[in-house]
Design a protein around this ligand. Structure first.
Ligand SMILES: [Zn+2]
Length: 63
């Protein structure tokens, strides 16, 4: 009896190259183009940028 194994992929996991570091990682979707470690860096940068702009605004305000 031939048995066909059907593999259903619920999540489409694709190998992608990170746009930032070029490392290959498993992406969970088309939207995901940055590897997890770079996403962390991105978040940190965003936070730093927010802090910097806040400082800038702050000093600009007191001037
Ligand atoms: Zn990366």
């Amino acid at each position: 009896m031939a048995r066909i194994i059907k593999r259903r992929r619920r999540k489409r996991r694709v190998r992608r190259e990170c746009l930032r570091c070029g490392r290959v990682f498993m992406s969970e979707g088309n939207f995901n183009r940055i590897c997890p470690s770079c996403r962390e860096v991105n978040a940190n940068i965003a936070m730093n940028a927010a802090e910097v702009s806040f400082d800038h605004d702050y000093y600009g305000f007191t001037k």
